[in-house]
Design a protein around this ligand. Structure first.
Ligand code: ATP
Ligand code: LTN
Length: 334
């Protein structure tokens, strides 16, 4: 492989529900930033979404919605490659090959699997092998950098282990990818429980801010967000997790430091802070929604995704052919 001047960046978001402010702050904002300097691949990971049951019509709609939100959030399809995972068949193929490299023990240790399977009578096998498909997503492009929220760190570690394992058994081939995790905002917490991450699959819609929530819904959710019984707007995640989470959201949306937010509300209590926070969140989300509506109406997303998949497949198919040769598969060409 020749030397690349730009780093190659890859990440994915699941079309498993309404995207949240957590997805935006933890992942998408970094996608937008990285596209200016690096070679980027951003995909809607629909094959991952079906590791929990999805209603077919909803899956189709959400897949298109997530792709349109990528563009609405500021990803330029001429700069970054935007596509749908299932449109590039090689992902599923490499995913299977990696499943045979992974051990049950290391998959059992994944906290996302433990969280999502806890208390369920029946757990899909896809949910268990999910991280091997994620490893395939990343390694199929020989990505150098993977921008994700904090919750994905463990999956990235496993990806690195699988790449190393392959390289040891079948000869040096894969780049060992690095996670790209922001210092502030990598873990936006739930509005009703600061001990849990904000999640689009939380059945309580009041626990998350969806990127497509109407402004008044956002205002209401923020005014109802759980806080402690004190009145000091102070960033102290250990002792004041709820207010610290809101301060971190504020800092992101108003483009201010945490310290500047603290000093602005010094001695004022939570009321004015929450009110202004809602307006800052709305000021980020409202223009994003306007762009989203334009993109959905124009229908241009289909063309963007088609071109994205073609470009991605050219690279992904090459990787799978190389991997199969190294693993000892007979070539169909003899
Ligand atoms: P779910 O919450 O339904 O399990 P998810 O939102 O964690 O799904 P994805 O949609 O695939 O899963 O996540 C896309 C990206 O957004 C990932 O990089 C993930 O780390 C990041 N992300 C998700 N939730 C948060 C959050 N609350 N704070 C920061 N980053 C987040
Ligand atoms: N596992 C991730 C989604 C995901 C992903 C990827 C992220 C699937 N494939 C490749 C980065 C790179 C999640 O649950 N958030």
């Amino acid at each position: 492989m020749g030397q690349r001047l730009m780093k190659r960046v890859l990440s994915g978001i699941q079309p498993s529900g309404q995207l949240t402010l957590g997805n935006y702050i933890g992942a998408m904002q970094n996608f937008v930033k990285l596209q200016h300097t690096e070679e980027c691949f951003f995909m809607v990971v629909d094959l991952h979404a079906i590791t929990v049951p999805q209603e077919p019509a909803a899956l189709r709609e959400q897949t298109e919605a997530v792709a349109a939100l990528f563009i609405a959030a500021g990803i330029d399809p001429l700069k970054a490659n935007v596509f749908v995972q299932s449109h590039v068949r090689a992902h599923a193929e490499l995913g299977w090959l990696f499943t045979t490299l992974a051990n049950m023990g290391e998959l059992e240790r994944m906290t996302q699997f433990k969280d999502k399977s806890a208390g369920k009578d029946s757990v899909g096998a896809g949910l268990f092998v999910y991280p091997t498909l994620m490893a395939a997503d990343i390694l199929i492009y020989n990505a150098d950098l993977v921008p994700v929220g904090d919750d994905q760190k463990q999956h990235l570690e496993l990806t690195r282990d699988l790449a190393q394992r392959f390289n040891t058994r079948f000869g040096q081939y894969f780049t060992i990818p690095e996670p790209y995790i922001a210092k502030v905002g990598a873990r936006v917490m739930s509005l009703d429980d600061a001990g849990k991450k904000m999640s689009k699959s939380n059945p309580n819609a009041g626990s998350f801010i969806a990127l497509l929530d109407a402004p008044d819904v956002i205002r209401k959710k923020i005014s109802r967000a759980t806080t402690d019984s004190g009145r000091e707007v102070k960033y102290d995640p250990a002792n004041k997790p709820e207010i610290s989470n809101l301060i971190s959201i504020y800092a992101h949306c108003a483009n201010m430091t945490v310290e500047a937010v603290e000093s602005r509300y010094d001695g004022q209590g939570y009321g004015p802070f929450k009110k202004d926070l809602a307006e800052h969140v709305v000021s980020v989300i409202e223009p994003l929604q306007a762009r989203y509506n334009d993109i959905r109406q124009s229908g241009e997303i289909h063309q963007i995704l088609k071109r994205g998949a073609e470009q991605a497949a050219a690279i992904a198919d090459r990787t799978v052919a190389d991997v199969k040769e190294r693993m000892g598969f007979l070539s169909p060409r003899g």
